[in-house]
Design a protein around this ligand. Sequence first.
Ligand code: NOJ
Ligand code: CA
Length: 687
Amino acid sequence: MQKFAAGAWSAVLPAVVLCASLNAPVLAQDDRSVIASPDGRLSAEFWSENGLPRYRVLYDGEDVISASSLGLRFVVAGSLDRDLEIVGESRASQDLTWELPWGERRVVRDHHNELLVSYRHEEEAERGFDIRVRVFDEGLGFRYEVPVPGGEHRAIVDEVTSFAMPQQATTWWTQAADYNRYEYITRTTPLIDVETAHTPFTARLPDGGVHVAIHEAALVDYSGMRLDQQREGVLTAELAPGPDGVAVHKDGDFITPWRTIQVAEDAVGLINSDLILNLNEPNVLGDVSWVEPGKYVGIWWGMHIGTMSWGSGPIHGATTENAIEYLDFAADNGFSGVLVEGWNIGWDGDWFSNGALFSFTQPYPDFDIEAVTDHARERGVRLIGHHETSGHLTNYENQMEDAFALYERLGVTQVKTGYVADAGDLIRLDEQGEERREWHYGQYAVNHHIRVLETAARHHISINAHEPVKDTGLRRTYPNWISREGARGQEFNAWGVPPNPPEHISMLAFTRMLAGPMDFTPGIFNLTFSGPDSPNRVQTTLAKQLALYVVIYSPIQMAADLPENYAINPDAFQFIRDVPTDWENSVALQGEVGDFVVTARQERGGTDWFLGAVTDEEARTLSVPLDFLESGRRYRADIYSDGEGAHWHDDPYPVSIEHREVNAQDVLELDLAAGGGTAIRFAALDG
Ligand code: NOJ
Ligand code: CA
């Protein structure tokens, strides 16, 4: 499927030129403001070097981020990147817990030390910024807090924040500023070979194996940060510009998103962290009991493999008849929803170029939306709504109030949105009705998503955005932001050139997934839908598709395949029926970036545990102690593993299903085939 045409990287800004060498002599410790984590292992230092604001991060006394720059540049005079000195500091500490309404765990601990460092201009005392840094045991975040006297306007063209690391660090990253938004295969290179990268950006330092992930938290009313290697070994924040070349417009005092640096002594330590959520503001929506985790099926995969169409015609997928069949399948198998794409006027013709033509309230004549939602109500399931905007933000904003009101009246509580358009090619009409182009992660798009969330929330609707802005933990503040895409999902296996490689999931777990939930849409059972020799196939075993429900966190999980493919494999399908999507607790047990990962999660409000293990193209045997289980309890382990001869390429289908009694003292040996995986349900037994 030709979904995207190549696009141009417009409005490129001049490269930042640092004014002093980053290798300048280190100042005496006394001149620095220093703050350490509660356990004392991680620390950050802030100072001014010949007027240039600087910081550094250390773990066990060794540099993680060596001397790096701070600062903001504006279009007109008044930039905050030089002639700054530290004029004061204040400190605070916090240790508390708070609850996620849904999530990979219920209770989150926020334990950090905080430092506020005030940098002011050497001659103009009112000019400057404060850096607020919060240091947790598993990483830190800092942000700029900028007082702007008189509420004046500031036009930010550049953020000078940089992250200096050893050039030989191993890094895992996807290219940024390129047409396919966040949807690229993860690269493994030494730092020196990084070009412009998205975050989360993951690295392993050369000695000792310390893992680092750079990202951001609470991206609100600002432009998303890409990392650009402007000098060898120094990644610099690069903000996506608006159509006027300015990255961020601000009036009066402002704060930036948090720049986050996770640090862990092993790879899974990056996953077992709540840093990003802790740096976001609490829920602003009040009672969110209407936000419902769940599993869903959909009129969807058929379009991606070409057996159905979004637009009208002989193979139109979104017919009343098909929807009723899917609703019945959902109800019979314990799913809570059915996604229906292609239900509304606008898909005919070249839909990815015709965003202005979409109606979000008018169904196609062969889709009787009232009959469909009546049937859903009778069967105790819900229709899941779909709004593909094709990147026309204004067309969507003009209709979204009516669109959400319609869905609310029909009992729809979740809507999948879509922004299929080349990066940098979102369309908005300005006050004069002129077309302006925006990045998916520019300030305008960032604010657009919040407007959608707020409008949806008034109608008790949750949003699952595809082709979104990256996740920065805003689900804490807006719990109706229930999931999103923002990486190569399952759909790439239908038509991607190439499809997702066997190592894809072991990459996502340590990169994209550090940001938050992903609507990957697992569960393809017919892995060779175009024949085993076609390049379009899923490059995993069937057992690995089951493991994805545990390894990839999302409060909504799709069973993405066609119902008929589940009907012929009911035994393996049982795992998808059993696995929940909301968790009391989660722990990544073992793994290496790009190689393998083993994750265990406890059902929220229940006693069952689930385990998912996936490997890359290498077969491997993993020894997994079950000490995460409640001690003294007995469990029936339903083990779905790669069967005899399984191999992602040669024979992906054999699944062996075994039931055993286990307890917390046991150690399981998991045999993963090449491109394979294991999925386990631990059902607690009485007594
Ligand atoms: C891209 C989304 O990721 C996919 O799930 C959807 O089917 C198409 N856009 C059409 O909206
Ligand atoms: Ca997509």
